[in-house]
Write a protein that binds this ligand. Structure first.
Ligand SMILES: [Ca+2]
Length: 215
């Protein structure tokens, strides 16, 4: 009896531990907890209670440089980073809004471990002033990414991602991004795929299976 109970407790701990250290497809950061958590930044970052993607009662964060400096926001939330390949993460979606920057902002996305293998999208997103827009990245094409730090492969970055970072940069893409004056709003970051698309994929497979059956 005792050993069975011990086994149950051990099994529960194992499940809890593995769940705590895995990125979770469908996990959403919507900034409705009264703080900028789980994001950090060297720029000025503030939490706002309303005016996010969801409207009047939806929180969001602003990331601003009033004098030239690195403009970015990062998270190491364990629901977002980890072994993205093993955890079934295919990418991230997120919403951006320009906050009256004096020039268009080129916002890139970075994943991986800054000390081992840290990669940045070659393409960038240009937030629109006064309007939330949704963007997304996926990991299907490594040629769309450049290594900015470390010496690991893109696959190694995916398998050992300790950070998700959104930052302004201009080519060439190296260790340090270009300084800039400006600001952007960030909201509703979602770990992809979303459960809805998983359900749709499942439903699609079911429909396909039914179609294959003779009438
Ligand atoms: Ca929000």
């Amino acid at each position: 009896m005792y050993s069975r109970r011990l086994f149950a407790i051990t099994a529960l701990l194992c499940v809890t531990t593995s769940a705590a250290f895995a990125a979770v497809p469908g996990y959403v950061v919507d900034f409705n907890e009264g703080s900028t958590d789980p994001f950090y930044s060297g720029a000025t970052m503030d939490w706002h209670a309303s005016g996010g993607v969801g409207g009047a009662d939806d929180g969001w964060i602003s990331v601003v440089r009033e004098t030239p400096g690195n403009l970015g926001a990062a998270t190491s939330d364990l629901n977002i980073v980890g072994n993205l390949t093993a955890d079934g993460v295919t990418g991230y979606s997120f919403w951006l809004r320009d906050l009256g920057s004096p020039q268009p902002l080129n916002i890139h996305v970075l994943i991986g471990d800054p000390f081992i293998s840290f990669w940045q999208t070659n393409f960038s997103f240009t937030p629109v002033s006064g309007e939330w827009r949704e963007y997304s990245i996926d990991f299907s094409d490594p040629s769309q990414w450049s290594r900015t730090q470390g010496d690991g492969t893109f696959a190694e970055a995916l398998a050992n991602s300790g950070r998700l970072l959104f930052r302004y940069d201009q080519p060439p893409y190296q260790n340090n991004p270009d300084p800039v004056v400006g600001g952007f709003g960030l909201d509703r970051i979602t770990v992809l795929p979303e459960p809805a698309s998983l359900i749709l994929m499942g439903a699609g497979a079911l429909v396909a299976a039914r179609r294959r059956r003779p009438a």
